[in-house]
Design a protein around this ligand. Structure first.
Ligand SMILES: [Zn+2]
Length: 81
């Protein structure tokens, strides 16, 4: 019996993807562009979602190369246009 690859978390299995850039959507909200080709909103909507780092170029630059869990990869969605 192999003990490897035994414990997979079923609840939070979204794979981590590197942030390679940013764009803004039609509403001016920031979207992180991930290495997998998907985009993910990183909204700054106080008081619910505090992401002050999205509001400055230096703040966004600081998170390049870090990772976000990609729900679209988890769901097997095609890459965003
Ligand atoms: Zn993805």
């Amino acid at each position: 019996m192999s003990a490897a690859a035994a414990s997979l978390s079923a609840s939070d299995a979204a794979p981590l993807r590197e942030i390679v850039g940013f764009r803004q959507d039609d509403e001016g909200q920031w979207v992180a562009q991930l290495a997998c080709g998907h985009g993910q909103h990183v909204r700054h909507l106080p008081p619910w979602q505090i992401r002050t780092w999205t509001q400055t170029p230096s703040g966004r630059e600081a998170v390049l190369g870090t990772t976000l869990p990609c729900r679209k990869c988890e769901r097997g969605e095609p890459a965003d246009a």
